[in-house]
Design a protein around this ligand. Sequence first.
Ligand SMILES: NC(=O)c1ccc[n+]([C@@H]2O[C@H](COP(=O)([O-])OP(=O)(O)OC[C@H]3O[C@@H](n4cnc5c(N)ncnc54)[C@H](OP(=O)(O)O)[C@@H]3O)[C@@H](O)[C@H]2O)c1
Length: 265
Amino acid sequence: MDLELKGKVAIVTGGSKGIGKEIARQLAAEGASVAICARTEDTLRAAAKELAKETGSRVLPFVTDVSSTDSVDRMVEAVVESFGRLDILVNNAGQPGGKAAGPLATVTDEAMLSDLDTKFLGYLRCARAAAPHMVRHAWGRIVHVGGASARLPGTYSTGARNIAVVHLSRTLAEELGPSGITSNVVHPSITRTEYFANVLATRAKKEGRSAAEIEQEYARNHSLKRVVDPREVASVVVFLASARASAVTGQVVEAGGGATRAVLS
Ligand SMILES: NC(=O)c1ccc[n+]([C@@H]2O[C@H](COP(=O)([O-])OP(=O)(O)OC[C@H]3O[C@@H](n4cnc5c(N)ncnc54)[C@H](OP(=O)(O)O)[C@@H]3O)[C@@H](O)[C@H]2O)c1
């Protein structure tokens, strides 16, 4: 299937690592030009260089902090100046797990607000800056990387920010639909990223067990009985970012190996 991504220009926020880097890799492999952004310049530059070399597509780094409106606005303007247009926004930047983890008694206002500022408001800032460039040529794709915690109780900030992202996406679908722009959410569950490897290593040390044993515990909760790979999340995002997903908007797709064990209509 030709996803018709050749000649398209995409921004992937949080594209220097983990799921975002894999999304950028697959978009570039399909022939799109890709702008990746994150705060840490060295890692970002190295990722852009690696992906450009591997795919032969243009992949450029834009140092950005999505918690700053100025930084986001400058990034989107610089991307349009460098590539001449903007077709696709993948909102992905965020700290997996968030700062506001733990029980009610220990959740602070500051941590909660910081998590919402980066992920929920960060996604809104990027969509607000990107949308006018898509409206101009009456075509666009916005894909938000949420998280299955939106559907599960038990995590304060990650659940709250991910469900807020779903509402944002549905509202964008309604507002931007007449301009040929779609907006959808992909929910990963726990995914085998560098972050997950660190979680396993920390827990293994603390609990005196092997990382493999702890991973199996996570996997047991998934219908597929394994933890998914970032590539499996990225391919769903890339499809939704493509011309082929033209009829899909305002939707939520879980790419977590069946992490939410509920019947959702
Ligand atoms: N990994 C999982 O198991 C999992 C599960 C469910 C949902 N998710 C969601 O998937 C997305 C990606 O997670 P991941 O595991 O791939 O994370 P990751 O490996 O830690 O990568 C996060 C990316 O976001 C960037 N970032 C963080 N804060 C930023 C900010 N303020 N401005 C700009 N860039 C920022 C990071 O770079 P800098 O730090 O250099 O800025 C990095 O590029 C997140 O939205 C996360 O909530 C992940």
